[in-house]
Design a protein around this ligand. Structure first.
Ligand code: 13P
Length: 391
């Protein structure tokens, strides 16, 4: 189990002058290639799922596979929601297993961006989950030609960045200093002086979106000025597409789906290993693991009996509905003892994503209301314990 706290992960990168790769994944092939590249390089990595890509895969199903991969690998990984569109998506992402979230309000006016991001930070921090905010605007669309989306790039202002971080409480800041999402012609011109000023003013991990197309020297300059997370997608998608074209040229046209996709992971993995070396994260897995909190869930267990004559079924159904929606709750198991001689007939087993949820759940107004009006009046006979996972 090497799912780790992303705040610790990026703080380590920031202190030691390297950047963690956040590769966006759109299929199992991407997921497997990322894990293989990270394991071969002994590198920490961020498994990133962008809401703009949700049309290509089912988020819930993709998260199940992503979480399984994160738990199985020995290298430290985090699972991140990239470019979330709303607070609701962030709540859902945490429920499904993301332990880092970004809700992108960078196209909004400053005050609106602050307000929306602050709401995400309040919710996510109550779940123990760190938040990435974006100030300034990185134009373009991942996986597409930047020329097709010539939206006006807005550079991050150094003065506004300080105010934004203080008022929102974000843990990491995505900055706009000249990169664009997607494929671009020619090398972008980056405002390194602005980046250096933002870094010395903020001293928190900075994030670069639109990694595709930057030169080796540009990556080194970015990292030496506080960039600790680099988002990267288009170059991987292009490497995969080229393999499909090569398969077609080699005669796969008469084959089926698997013939077309054969060997698709290898060129992605090679490109990722190049990035991991270049960005300085290769070989860092062990030292980072030694300094990171492992991402550990909590089981909030209540065993109880219901007073004679009370409508247990209605109370349980209402509890399941209300409690499942509280941020940081991943699952609500409502149970009845299999054997009739059990000392306690019923249970709730509420899965929290992180120990921080013990307090935020207890104090959440929906929990308080349900507990005071539905549960406690009929379940005086109860035992409640929070358990952390041992093995
Ligand atoms: P590229 O697709 O340009 O590599 O950018 C990826 C990205 O920034 C995802 O958030």
């Amino acid at each position: 189990m090497a799912l780790v706290n992303m705040r610790d992960m990026l703080s380590h990168a920031h202190r030691h002058g390297y950047a963690v790769a956040a590769f966006d994944l759109v299929s199992l092939d991407f997921l497997e290639a990322i894990i293989k590249a990270a394991e071969a390089s002994r590198a920490p990595v961020i498994l990133s799922l962008a809401e703009s890509h949700f049309e290509y895969f089912d988020f819930e199903l993709a998260m199940a596979a992503t979480e399984a991969a994160a738990k199985r690998t020995p290298v430290p990984v985090a699972i991140h929601l990239d470019h979330g569109a709303s607070l609701d998506t962030a709540v859902e992402a945490i429920r499904l297993g993301c332990n880092g979230v970004m809700v992108d309000a960078s196209t909004r006016p400053f005050e609106d961006n602050v307000e929306r991001t602050r709401a995400v930070v309040d919710m996510a921090h109550a779940c123990g989950v760190p938040v990435e905010g974006e100030l300034g605007y990185v134009a373009g669309v991942e996986g597409e030609d930047a020329e097709k989306h010539p939206g006006e790039l807005v550079y991050t202002s150094v003065e506004e960045a300080g105010v934004y971080v203080e008022r929102t409480g974000v843990d990491f800041l995505a900055v706009s200093i000249g990169t664009v999402h997607g494929r671009m012609r020619g090398a972008p011109r980056l405002d390194m002086e602005r980046l250096a000023q933002i870094n010395s003013a903020l001293q928190i991990p900075l994030v670069i979106h639109g990694g595709t197309g930057l030169s080796d020297a540009q990556f080194r300059d970015l990292i030496s000025r506080g960039v600790s997370k680099i988002n990267y997608y288009t170059a991987l998608a292009d490497a995969a597409a080229q393999r499909i074209r090569d398969n077609l040229d080699a005669g796969a046209i008469s084959g089926g789906y698997t013939a077309l996709l054969k060997g698709i992971q290898a060129p992605m993995q090679a490109e990722m290993e190049r990035c991991l070396r270049l960005w300085g994260s290769a070989g860092r897995a062990d030292e980072l693991l030694a300094e990171c909190e492992l991402w550990q869930p909590v089981s909030h267990l209540i065993i109880y009996n219901v007073a004679e004559g009370a409508d247990a079924d209605a109370m349980i159904a209402e509890g399941w509905r209300v409690l499942s929606a509280i941020p940081g709750v991943r699952d609500v198991f409502t149970g009845e003892a299999v054997k009739t001689d059990a000392g306690y007939r019923y249970c709730w087993n509420v899965a929290f994503c992180h120990p921080a949820v013990i307090d935020s759940y207890r104090e959440h107004p929906d929990h308080v209301k349900f507990a005071d009006t539905h549960f406690r009046p009929v379940a005086a006979d109860r035992i409640s314990v929070d358990y952390r996972k041992l093995v």
